[in-house]
Design a protein around this ligand. Structure first.
Ligand SMILES: [Zn+2]
Length: 494
């Protein structure tokens, strides 16, 4: 019989029964020898020092390879130390058992000294129970690790290496204590990045600017040697900007049990309004609309923002002539002069922002029900797990439940919209007292990406419909009438 083996070392567990990868390999070889199975080094898969638990985000390359081999190559038996070596999530472990069943691969667990046939009902449930116990174990271990980190976090103490902008020093007042302090020149860069993102300046242009000025990237500034093989490594990139804008350490906070608590270190700058600016930048980046950067979307007010009223495709610019227009991306069902539409939408925005209670309107958006659902689902998951631990719930039922709940939780995460509004909206209305003229001139000075952020905040949708007549519009009145008829808007807060 042809055998394959899989060994894995987890860095999270440090219990007595933990075996090194070498030990696990040796046990696999011994099992193969004893049973006269053909186990060659090329079929011995191993992942070193990588946790396969559901709480670990790391990838396991050999694990991926092994699954492919089981599917495509004539393997008769898979040798593992114990079931927890193999699974990441319970339903993934289940999938492996199913895969072995389908491919007629036996599973030998060296810790049990036993070979299971996943096509046999009793063996199948024994394997599955093993996976379930592993899941329970993983959750327990995770709790233990979390407790240690939490002990630090709950007191706002630093945990791990300080982020870019800070360094660890010995406390001059208590030489046994380490404290986290700012590095002024790096702190300045952090402040600059976060402030510019909050102002809706495109990440790409921030990146370009930092690179042109020759600002050293965080990892190198913190002592890492630049990788010689890749030039890019020494340049700023959008993920670095996002990382900085998402790090609450910069406002001197630590997240603990879903709440933010004050850290023992200072915010990256002393400015009073910095925390507010940080949240604006943070929320702007969460907006899925900003995740992709199509150059054109930053040039024209409604490209990739408005939709075709006929086929729902997004609008794009149609150039070529002096008279630029918006047209539908797919079929070109609708076309309308860009200048007219932009003026029309700009007027709607300025008039809306001049309304007395506009801020109250915008803030009225309510995600409370989503937070409530999130909490309920987490509780449900715990109930299911407890029920399973008491064997009140079948394994299949538990797995199904888990899969559904996790999927919905992910969805909710996406749905929870930033509660903050772009700084630009506030800047437009601040102290304007509803003065339309002031708001108009401020609006005119904004860059297109900033304008688009405002539009995204104010409108749920903007659609251009087909014209109902073939008559040419010429006079201002006709243009106005045609715009009112064809540009259909939906406010986000009504
Ligand atoms: Zn269309």
């Amino acid at each position: 019989m042809i055998a394959a083996s899989y060994s894995r070392k987890s860095h999270v567990t440090r219990n007595v029964t933990e075996r090194s990868v070498q030990e696990q390999d040796a046990m696999s070889l011994k099992a193969a020898q004893k049973n006269s199975w053909d186990l060659t080094p090329s079929r011995m898969y191993r992942d070193n020092n990588i946790s396969a638990s559901r709480y670990s985000k790391e990838e396991r390359p050999d694990w991926e390879r092994l699954q492919k081999v089981l599917e495509t190559e004539p393997v008769d038996v898979l040798i593992m130390y114990e079931t927890s070596r193999a699974w990441r999530k319970l339903y993934e472990w289940a999938a492996l058992v199913e895969l072995c069943a389908d491919s007629k691969v036996l599973i030998h667990i060296t810790a049990d000294g036993r070979t299971y046939d996943p096509n046999e009902d009793s063996d199948w449930s024994a394997l599955m129970e093993g996976g379930f116990d592993s899941e329970k174990e993983s959750r327990k271990i995770r709790k233990r690790v979390k407790r240690a980190i939490d002990a630090n976090k709950s007191q706002g103490k630093p945990h791990g290496r300080p982020p870019y902008g800070y360094e660890t020093r010995i406390d001059p007042e208590d030489l046994k204590k380490k404290i986290r302090v700012r590095i002024p020149e790096q702190a300045k860069i952090v402040k600059e990045i976060i402030t510019r993102v909050a102002k809706s300046i495109p990440i790409a242009s921030i990146v370009k600017d930092l690179n042109e000025r020759g600002i050293v990237i965080p990892s190198v500034a913190r002592g890492a040697k630049p990788n010689k093989r890749s030039k890019d490594v020494v340049l700023w990139s959008p993920p670095m900007i996002r990382w900085i804008c998402n790090n609450i350490a910069y406002i001197g906070k630590v997240e603990f049990e879903g709440k933010l608590i004050d850290a023992t270190w200072p915010p990256i700058v002393d400015d009073e309004d910095f925390e507010e600016i940080f949240w604006k930048a943070n929320n702007l980046l969460k907006d899925p609309e900003r995740k992709t950067t199509i150059p054109a979307r930053n040039k024209y007010l409604l490209s990739a923002l408005g939709d075709c009223g006929e086929c729902n495709a997004t609008l794009r610019r149609r150039g070529g002539s002096d008279l630029e227009s918006y047209t539908c991306l797919d079929k070109g069902c609708v076309t309308m002069r860009m200048e007219w539409v932009d003026t029309f939408i700009s007027e709607l925005v300025c008039n809306k922002l001049a309304e007395k209670d506009v801020m109250a309107q915008i803030f009225a958006r309510d995600d409370k029900h989503l937070y409530a659902e999130q909490e309920a689902l987490n509780a449900e998951l715990q109930v299911a797990l407890d029920a399973r631990a008491k064997r009140e719930l079948s394994l299949r039922a538990y797995m199904q439940e888990e899969k559904i709940i996790l999927a919905r939780l992910e969805e909710i995460q996406r749905l929870i919209k930033p509660a903050m509004i772009p700084k630009t909206v506030e800047d437009l209305t601040k102290d304007a007292q509803g003065n339309l003229k002031t708001i108009r001139s401020r609006w005119a000075k904004l860059e297109i990406p900033a304008k688009k952020d405002v539009i995204r905040t104010l409108f749920e949708s903007i659609k251009i419909m087909k014209s109902s007549t073939t008559k040419k519009v010429r006079t201002d009145e006709q243009i106005e009438e045609s715009l009112r008829e064809r540009v259909k808007i939906k406010w986000a807060h009504e």
